[in-house]
Design a protein around this ligand. Structure first.
Ligand SMILES: Nc1ncnc2c1ncn2[C@@H]1O[C@H](COP(=O)(O)OP(=O)(O)OP(=O)(O)O)[C@@H](O)[C@H]1O
Ligand SMILES: [Mg+2]
Length: 443
């Protein structure tokens, strides 16, 4: 009674109502009473196949996330170092401008240096955004405003002049709910999407920018997993050449590009978009048809709070020093010098040391009104540890924390210990001056 077995893995059968479903067939063939006998078992395997598909999707998503993380970390490391170097450039240009007579013929040059420095700082912020450590998303804002502002920038004017056949249309919901976010990053995100849309367009084409509110009452699964709740949606669609299915999984990777180097084509655009969306707790979906166009759909969790209003640029007198004593603790020499220079210009008595250990020693013999404490110092104690030790013998010591990154857990911890303010590098005269003044004036 021995025989053969056959396995037919996936076949499609049709139900009475016409729907097609996958089956697996196992058949046994043997001889019984000198006659060939065939027994077949037909099993409906739709749920097994679905589960396999789902597992594959999850694996892909995980893989993609890990890759983004790794590339982001690398880019962020580079950016952190560059940020320090650039801070020196920007800082000294500001100082020079302050000290230079109004009618000096060199003012124009310095202003150019300062402006380029600030622009480079913006690019570095792009890179930092990729590490997800560079962004503070605390401002309540309306995305419509970000879009309007974006359409008024010189960058957008340049884009339009490069693609004169492309028209940009907006369809923005006037009752759009607010979100919590970082205006700079969201602006960049919008600009990158518009740039890509224009670059993908044919000679003539329309790019649509739309916003709307949407309540999702159940999770949605697209390129990303989407939670339920109130969202605002941004869509940017073009009628351009589209993205091939095999490429769509990679477009968000840093440095992935199909463009020629030159005007654009670093491949950072969508990586920044991805970073911004993630930083804002959002979701992204992309639908594309080759030769027809592409639509990026971005979801952000909505908030019911009122928009924060912009504050005015402060007057110099608001942050002038009154000869108070300040100790700067920073492991990078140029940064120390720069901080000292700014503080002296502002009217403080400033001294600097290069490590937490030195700071402790200095404070054994000398009292200062304020510490300016760098968060990340190598080797040796970091800002948090240093401050903790100082508080042991000088419990009322005021401090301003500085770091290249935005507010991390460590920074939060230092603030909980009582440090009055936190500022992000590069040192800018008014930001730095105001933070110092605020902490000194507090009782
Ligand atoms: N709207 C779009 N239509 C068609 N392809 C697109 C679109 N947006 C992005 N892509 C594809 O995704 C790739 C990555 O886009 P990304 O913005 O990250 O980099 P890039 O535009 O090539 O360079 P960069 O933005 O740094 O100048 C592009 O090279 C392009 O192939
Ligand atoms: Mg781009």
């Amino acid at each position: 009674m021995t025989g053969r077995k056959t396995l037919i893995p996936v076949r499609w059968h049709r139900k009475k109502d016409g729907t097609v479903f996958p089956v697996e067939i196992t058949a046994s063939h043997f001889i019984w009473n000198s006659r060939p006998v065939h027994i077949a078992a037909i099993r409906d395997i739709s749920s097994r196949l679905e589960a396999e598909e789902e597992r594959k999707r999850l694996e892909e998503r995980l893989h993609r996330a890990e890759k983004m993380e790794a590339l982001g970390t690398m880019a962020g490391g580079v950016a952190h170092d560059l940020n320090n170097i650039l801070g020196v450039l920007v800082g000294y240009s500001e100082l020079l401008l302050l000290k230079m007579p109004e009618d000096s013929p060199f003012r124009g040059h310095i202003i150019n240096i300062l402006e380029s420095g600030k622009r480079s700082a913006a690019i570095i912020q792009d890179l930092l955004a990729l590490t997800r450590r560079g962004v503070t998303v605390s401002k309540v804002l309306n995305l419509n405003r970000i879009i309007y502002d974006c359409l008024k920038t010189p960058e957008f004017e340049t884009l339009k002049s490069l693609y004169p056949g492309v028209t940009f249309r907006t369809d923005l919901n006037p009752d759009l709910l607010n979100i919590k976010g970082s205006p700079v990053h969201l602006g960049k995100m919008v600009m990158n999407l518009l740039t890509n849309a224009a670059e993908a367009s044919f000679e003539q084409g329309k790019v649509m920018i739309g916003t709307e509110n949407r309540y999702l009452d159940s999770p949605v699964s697209g390129y990303d997993e989407l939670k339920e709740g109130e969202h605002i949606i941004l869509t940017v669609s073009d009628q351009g050449k589209g993205i091939a299915p095999k490429d769509i999984g990679r477009i968000f990777e840093p440095f992935y590009t199909k463009k020629m180097m030159g005007r654009s084509g670093t491949g950072l655009g969508l990586a920044v978009v991805w970073g911004a969306v993630k930083d804002h707790g959002g979701y992204i979906d992309v639908k594309s048809a080759e030769g027809e166009g592409t639509t990026f759909t971005l979801y952000f969790p909505a908030v019911r709070e009122a928009e924060d209003t912009e504050q005015q640029k402060p007057l110099f007198s608001e942050y002038e020093g009154r000869n108070e004593s300040i100790l700067v603790v920073d492991d990078v020499e140029e940064q120390r010098k720069l901080a000292l220079n700014m503080l002296t210009t502002l009217g403080y008595q400033a001294t600097a040391v290069s490590s937490g250990e030195e700071a402790l020693e200095y404070l054994q013999t000398t009292k200062v009104d304020l510490l300016v404490l760098d968060m990340i110092m190598t080797p040796g104690m970091d800002g948090l540890e240093t401050y903790r030790r100082i508080l042991e013998f000088s419990p009322k010591q005021k401090a301003v924390i500085v770091s290249g990154y935005s507010e991390t857990d460590k920074v939060r911890e230092v603030r909980e210990l009582g440090a009055g303010a936190y500022i992000q590098k590069p040192y800018l005269m008014d930001k730095f001056g105001l933070a110092v003044r605020k902490v000194l004036d507090r009782n």
